[in-house]
Structure formats: C-alpha cells, structure tokens
Design a protein. Structure first.
Lengths: 353, 353
C-alpha cells in the first residue's frame, strides 16, 4: 500500500441542492460526500429554488450552509435578468458570478447579449464570471469578458471545438480560464446506453469519443478539474423527463489519478488543477493544516448504495477505480477516516466570512 | 430644384432571388430596381434554391447574372456544412463568404462552433466573412474572426446592444466592420401594425425605438449602409406563414439623404457608407465614368405598384420621401433616366470577372 499525502482538494463547481431540493442533497450530505472524496472546499452553484440572485436568497443559503456544512465552502451568485443592478453589491460575499447561457437544469437563464454585457460591466474586475456556455456561446463569453475586462471562467468544457477555441484565445493573450469534469474525461456518448437513457442525461451532454480524446490531449489548456456534482434521485433520473446531472464528488479523485497514471499529467499537475488553480482563480484562503491521505494503489468497486451523497447512485456504478481516500484533515481536525465522516454539520466555514 | 451628383451607390447586401424564386425577383428585375434606386453595383446573397455553396451552383448563378444583370454585381458565397473543404477555392470568384448563424429565410445555416471556425480558418485573410448574427452571436463572430485573423463583417445590425458591442470591439483594435439597413434606421416594432403582420416580418426583426435611436447615434461605428433588399410577393407576405424580408433598393437613397438632412452625417459620410467603404471592404473595382444625378429636393410618394422590383410592394408604402434619382450613368453609358431603365439585361458586369 502506497499512501500519498495531497492538499485538500477544491471543487469549484458543485450543486448541493439547498434550498429547494434537499430530498436529493443538502449541505450536510453534500459536504459529507465532499470529504469522503477528498475535497475540503467546494464552491456551490446558485441554480436553486429559488435561485440565489438576491441578498435575501443568498442570506438564506448562507444560513443553511453555516448550520450544516461539514467542509469549507463558497457560494457562487447567479446572474439573472432581475439582479443586473444589484449583483455586484454581493460580490464580496461570494466566489463568483454564474451565468447560465445555454440549456441546463432549472429556470436561471440569461438569454440576451444586453444582460450578459451589463452584468459583466458591473461585476468587479477581480472576481471571476463563470459561464455555462457551449459551442458558439463560449466564443461570445470570451469576447464579452475581453471587452469588459472581466475574468471569464468557462465551466465544464466538453468538446474539441470549445477547448481548441479556448487554447487559441489563451495563445492570443486573452484572459480566460476553464474547467473540465471527470465524466467528460472518462465517458462519451457511447457509454450512454450502459448508464441508461435517463441516468446518462447531463449538460453539457456526453460528447463524442473524439471530444473526450481532445480534452485529454489539452490538459495544458485546462486550468481546473470540477466535478459538476449534480445529484438527482434515481426516481427522477429514471422518470420520463429525467433531469440532467451526475453526482461526482466521491469518484473524482481516483479518475484524476488515472490521468496521472496514463501519463497525461504529473501529480503536481493534478494538484494545480484540483487545488492551486481553483484557489488562485476564485481567490480562496489557504486552509491551514489541511491535507488528505490517499492509498493510491487501492482498487475498489464503485457502488452508489455506499456513497454519502443523498442520491445514492453514480454513472460509474460497478467501475473498478484505483485510489481511495483514507483520511482527511481540515484545519488541524481529522474530519474523515476510513469510510467515516467525522466532521459534524456546521464545522465547515464560508470562505468569504 | 437642386440636382446633386453622387458616385454610383454600392449595396453590399441584396437578395435577387435567382435561382429558385424568380417569381419574386431575378437579376433582370432586381438590377433594374437597383439602377432606379441609384445603385450601380449590388452584392448578391447566396441563400437561393439551391444555396450557392459549390462551384456548380456558383457557375449557374454567374451564368444567369451575366445574361440578365443591368448593373454591375458581385456574388457572395454561402458557408454550409457541405463546403467547409471547398469554399476557399471559390474565393477569387466571389465578394465574400456569407454565414447564416441565426434564424432567417431559407435552409442555408451554420449552427455549430466547429464549422464556423473551420470555415474561417480556411477562408483567405483578405476577403471578408459576412455574418448574419444577432445578439450573443455577434460577440461569437467577432471573437472567431479575431482568433482566426479574418475580417468579419456583421450584416444588418439592428439593436443597441449589438452596435455597442461592435463599438467596443473597434475601440479595442479588433478588426470588424458592420452595416445597417434603411428600415432599421427608420422603422421600429411600433410601425409593424401599420405595415401589417405578415408584411412587417423581417430578420433581424424591427426592433425597439431605443434600438433605432441607438443606431442613429452610432453612425461613426457603422461602416456601410445596406438595403438587405429581400423581395417576397404580397401573396407570400400576406399568407399564414409570411417569409421575412423587405424590398429596399428603390427607397434607400432618400432615406440615407434624410440622415444627412437630420444632421446625423454629412453628405461625405453618406458617400463613405454607400460607396467608399463597401468598395474598400469588399475590394471592388472603381467603376469609371459612373455617377448618379439626384434631385435632392424632390418629394415623392412611395407606391409599390410603381417600383421595378418584381414584388411590387414596399414597407414604406405611402411615405413621402425627399430626393429622387434623375439619371444614372454607368461606365460612360446612360443606364437610367427619369423613371426609365435604359441598360439592357447583360449590360452589368461581374466585379470578379
């Protein structure tokens, strides 16, 4: 057994479903899943019910998180058509402004050019604007960020044309960062039948094998790994209208380690993408005395029933993964050991408080 | 009566409907309308039936134009998913590559980022790529042009957010040009009921009064005037599924002159946008011994029944316009005088031959 010690992982993109859908996840279960997966800090998305776009909805979410979170966390604010004037005032309390510009889960959407530009113009230059953008919308977001002087972060890049465009923008000196999910590194549309028609629904969709290969060949362009942990219950996923989204926190690290074993990145490259770059991009405080211990040789079979996420399933069901989190220490306190989450709800801290 | 002499006007954006829809216009009737409106050169769009995307369809269109055109003309090539490999080979024969990136008339469409980038990568740097792009797609096109080193020309800009974005891109030194139609300078959605529900359909749609005002306040950003002359028969326009588009060639100049009378541009500014800039952007040859004579004080009432366009209607029906073309001389030959088109079909020359 080879135990390695890594910094606590940071996931810049999770959906902990609170408020509004705590039957599938909440700050308690979601942060337990995070610790079990080796994540000591997660940044939570705002497409809740109600969406997190105002001081009131943000305060309610902060209160729930303060009571229930077991690991540290940040909250991304949503960009709606209703908060163009007010969003920037909330910037000090959040880790970024999230724009939903293409089809996904929930009603939080920004459709027109005008509201996109107005939001960017008002948002502070030193805080990122996270964009759910696919295809041509990626190009539009990069241009909008370039013209307004904002740091645009493209979420969950899934396709060859998108990562190629981001590479070219970076080569031209344009400020843009991006993230890729484990499922887009390891799954393609060919895996959908095995996962199941409803369960395989995710946005951005599982792409072609050539897209997956292109992402794997573009690691130097990819700033962050992000799970886009998006739990839905199996009943919902197997229904006639399955909502898009996969849980991901508890299967991410062994998949990231697989990229190292395949020689695509070094372990330092992994730490950059799962710790250092998210910390820098989202201006997160260092977590002192924080690390994880991982048995990098341990093979284990993924079983949704054994996970901490409330949704209790995973698109990687039955996969044999290599690398298992043994122990997590957060701010000097042992918070996870051998399958048991030791941190109590409320132990986690808001990175902006 | 004050007669002024102007250079022959150049319209970079017309739909002469040949081949495929010659019941509403063809090279004969469309170029007669052009001469009657003071245009000595028109650049024709490729969304025909079949679309002009191949050597064969281009040759057929060239043959029809050669036989029938009464004024000089250029042909824009269409960017389809079927001609990514071959379009650039046809560049020397055409005046630009037209991309239909948002909803409009006809099946010629380019939907994904990949084909947009691939077309731009292959297209010659010194030939413009014309984009039908609205809203966020404008931003995407400007970024795609910036990254591929191409000259992007945004067609028929209709909204405040779009012209503001183009201004900011130009201010940042990004290569982009644009055009605005007379109908977007002079009509807004408030005019639609009077024009009629089907007849007022146009893409981009008639916009808000604030958009129209923004275009009028942005003339320094607008490189070209373009009619987007897009005839459909009244039977089609008044049908349950009215196709979008207005004829425009025979009403454009008095509306351009109105912008001068309103003090928004000088007469030199008009000539830049209706002659010099289109010639430079689309690399058109100078037309020697070519001018038009205009009675700038003549008031006349617009009557669709009296127009040369085959569609025989206009959204400006009943308007009193000031400024009338008296005489057009093209390459030393009188081609129009006092309501009579004197040039025969076949007199017009292809600017690329």
């Amino acid at each position: 057994m080879a135990t390695i010690r890594l910094p606590g992982l940071i996931d810049p993109h999770v959906h902990l479903r609170e408020p509004g859908a705590t039957h599938k996840e909440d700050y308690d279960s979601g942060t337990a899943a995070a610790l079990a997966g080796g994540f000591t800090c997660v940044l939570d998305m705002p497409n809740n019910t109600p969406p997190i776009t105002t001081a009131e909805t943000l305060a309610a979410k902060q209160a729930a998180a303060r009571l229930k979170a077991r690991c540290d966390y940040g909250i991304h604010l949503g960009a709606g058509t209703d908060n163009i004037e007010s969003a920037a005032w909330l910037a000090p309390q959040v880790t970024g402004l999230k724009m939903y510009l293409d089809q996904t889960f929930g009603p939080l959407r920004l459709d027109d050019l005008d509201s996109l530009i107005q939001h960017m113009d008002r948002w502070p230059d030193n805080r990122p604007v996270l964009c759910h953008a696919e295809g041509r919308t990626v190009a539009a977001c990069i241009m909008a960020g370039h013209l307004t002087g904002k740091h645009v972060h493209i979420c969950h890049v899934s396709r060859k044309d998108e990562i190629d465009l981001i590479r070219r923008a970076k080569d031209k000196g344009i400020q843009v960062t991006c993230e890729v999910t484990p499922h887009h590194f390891f799954l393609s549309e060919e895996d959908a039948p095995k996962i199941g028609p409803g369960r395989s629904e995710v946005r951005p969709r599982l792409a072609k094998g050539t897209d997956r290969s292109a992402l794997r060949a573009s690691l130097e362009v990819i700033d962050c790994f992000a799970t886009d942990h998006a739990p839905h219950t199996l009943a919902e996923k197997d229904s006639p209208k399955p909502p898009p989204g996969f849980p991901g926190l508890e299967t991410a690290l062994p998949l990231y380690l697989e990229l190292v074993r395949e020689g695509l990145i070094t372990i330092e490259g992994l730490i950059d993408r799962a710790v250092n770059n998210p910390r820098r991009i989202f201006d997160l405080p260092v977590q002192p005395e924080t690390w994880i211990e991982v048995d990098e040789d341990a093979d284990w079979i993924v079983r949704g029933a054994e996970t901490f996420t409330r949704c209790k399933w995973t698109p990687f069901e039955g996969w044999t993964l290599r690398g298992r989190v043994l122990r997590v220490v957060l701010r000097g306190t042992e918070v996870y050991r051998n399958g048991e989450v030791l941190a109590a709800p409320g132990f986690g801290r808001d990175v902006r408080m």
